[in-house]
Structure formats: C-alpha cells, structure tokens
Design a binder for this molecule. Structure first.
Ligand code: SN0
Length: 323
C-alpha cells in the first residue's frame, strides 16, 4: 500500500482487522520496521484521538513523529495553479509539500470539508495536493470526504464485540447544533459494504448521504423501525449533502435515549467522539455498559498501526526492487 486515503486501499479488510486484533497482544513487535523513519502529522483542524493514537502507533513501530497544527501555525496555503499570489495566501502547496517531504517518510493529513461548496470540498485539494507534490506516502486523517482510519477502528471494534456472524448494524443520524462533515458517515458506509451484516442507515428526509456511497445500502426513515433488533447502534451527525452543508433539522426526538435503545437487541452503542452529551445521546446511554465508545477510541491506535505498517512494508519492498 502506497497511500491510505480510502478504506479500500487496505485490500482485504478482514485480514487487516484480524492483524490489528493480534497486534494488541504485542504492540511493539514491529519496532524495527520504522527505525530511523519519521512521520509528519499535519492538522488543518482540531483533533484528540487521531493525533494521539497516530503518534502512539508511529512510536509502537519505532518511528519518530513530528506534529504540526498547520491550520493555526502554518502559512496559509494556495492550491490553485498559475495564480497571482497577491492576496492572503503565503505559500503554494508545490513548495510546502516538497519541503515537508524532505523532513519525513510519511505525511498524514487532516483537512475537513469546509462545507461551503460541494465542488471545492470534493476536489480534496489538500490531500490531493500532497499526493501530487510530496512524492511520499500520504495518510488520510479525515479529509473532506472520508475518515478511513476511523472506519478501520470501527471495523475492529465491531469484530471484537459482535456475538453473531450477521449482526444488525444501524448507522443513525442524530441532531447537532453545528453543520458537521459527512466524512465519518461516508467511510463507515464504505467499510460496511465490505462486511457481512444487516446494515441499515436511518436519518430524517433531506439528510441522504452521497448516493454514490450509499448505492447498495438500505435506508429507513423511521428511526424506531430501524432500531428494531439492532445489535449495534452507530451514531453520527452530518449536515445535509443535497443542501450542501446546511442544518435542516435539529429535532430532539432523534437523540439516542435509553427508550430508543430498548427497541434494540441490547445493542452496543458506538460513536467516533467527540460527542455532545444530551444532544446526540443521553448521559444514560453514553454511561451505560452497552456504550463501547472508549474501546472504539482505543482501537484508533491499532487501526493507525496497521496502516503505517502496511506503508512501511511496502516502502521496504519497493526500495529492494529499486536497488
Ligand atoms: C468532526 C466530524 O467530522 O464530524 C470530527 C469527528 C472525528 N466532529 C466535529 O467537528 C464535532 C465538533 C463539535 O463541536 O461537536
């Protein structure tokens, strides 16, 4: 694997999930693989889990990690070609990416959707700019369209907690005061397409995700119906895709409560975090023994470690071929 921008880059998902679970028993067994190698983590947006777990994963593999909060500390980057840079943007991606690539072996990037223009967000200018100009492996730590590290951690968590071969897994929208990106939901749907499960998406009308991503998924607009006999409830807010970036609905009845969870088959509750208590989910559910959000967050380390390991192994093989 050269870059990790999408869950499909892994190849066989189940193999990666099993390898990640096995890794938990001996986290530093591949320490020699990353010795003398450096990863740069560039954040254009806030982070807690992604930053710490990816850094931890890199350290488990013997790598050095350099972290930069690019959004607040970097020069504002220009991504367009041939532009006269006489406005507020100080540095072009061409120089920035090439310079950064000299300091590290892998670059990992977080650059959320701005939710102002679908066309602009879908260009994925930041991540694609680095792929184009850096010439080193690029890892997606949540881009405009996807969050594949989260999706891999989710797959690991489901594998660990499922009690039957074909569990019912529900992705539910829940209300939020801010307009949030589609990335987490998109990658979850794409990951679920690679799993054996009875998968249902539930959200109010107007919150349909990109039809290209949900093309084979079942959508149920009645949340109560969707929750019936569910084994996992995965909750996430996202803004409208059709009315791009708009908050159309803040109906509190979509919040996940203990009563809603009673409709399920004693389902596990999942959320990528950070989560707004008593807006997305009631305290009662989040604090219940069925909530596995902390275990889910723990799996971010092993998801990142599998991804970095695959990239490091690939670079060892490609340099052996070159020499
Ligand atoms: C991000 C999102 O994509 O929805 C990151 C999730 C991993 N979440 C937020 O921005 C939540 C911010 C908030 O104020 O609740």
């Amino acid at each position: 694997m050269k870059h990790y921008t999408h869950i499909n880059d892994l190849g066989n998902l189940q193999e990666s999930v099993q390898e990640a679970i096995a890794l938990k028993e001996s986290q530093t067994k591949d320490k020699a693989l990353g010795e003398g190698k450096t990863i740069c983590l560039l954040f254009f947006n806030n982070s807690l889990r992604t930053r710490l777990s990816t850094q931890k994963a890199a350290q488990n593999l013997g790598m050095n990690a350099i972290v930069m909060n690019f959004g607040s500390e970097g020069w504002e980057l220009e991504f367009e070609d041939g532009i006269v840079m006489n406005q507020n943007k100080s540095e072009h991606i061409k120089e920035a990416a090439k310079v950064i690539a000299q300091y590290c072996d892998i670059v990992a990037i977080r650059a959320f959707a701005k939710l102002e223009s679908k066309e602009k967000d879908y260009q994925e200018a930041v991540i694609n700019g680095f792929i184009k100009y850096a010439g080193i492996p690029v890892v997606n730590m949540e881009s405009a369209i996807g969050h594949p590290l989260q999706a891999l951690a989710d797959a690991i968590t489901i594998e660990e907690f499922k009690t039957k071969k074909n569990p019912k897994i529900v992705l539910s929208w829940a209300p939020h005061p801010k307009a949030l990106p589609h990335a987490v939901a998109n990658s979850f749907v794409e990951m679920m397409a690679l799993q054996e499960a009875n998968f249902v998406i539930t959200h109010p009308k107007g919150y349909e995700l990109d039809a290209k991503i949900t093309k084979n998924a079942t959508i149920e607009y009645n949340q109560d119906k969707a929750f019936k006999n569910a084994d996992f409830i995965y909750v996430k807010n996202w803004s409208s895709f059709k009315d791009y970036g708009q908050v159309l609905n803040t109906d509190v009845n979509w919040m996940i409560t203990a009563d809603k969870m009673k409709l399920t088959n004693n389902a596990k509750f999942m959320h990528c975090l950070p989560v707004r208590r008593n807006v997305i989910v009631s305290d009662e559910v989040l604090d219940s023994k069925n909530s596995i959000v902390i275990e889910q967050a723990n799996n971010r380390t092993f998801a990142a470690q599998i991804v970095l390991k695959r990239i490091l192994e690939n670079s060892v093989t490609s340099s052996a071929v070159e020499s």
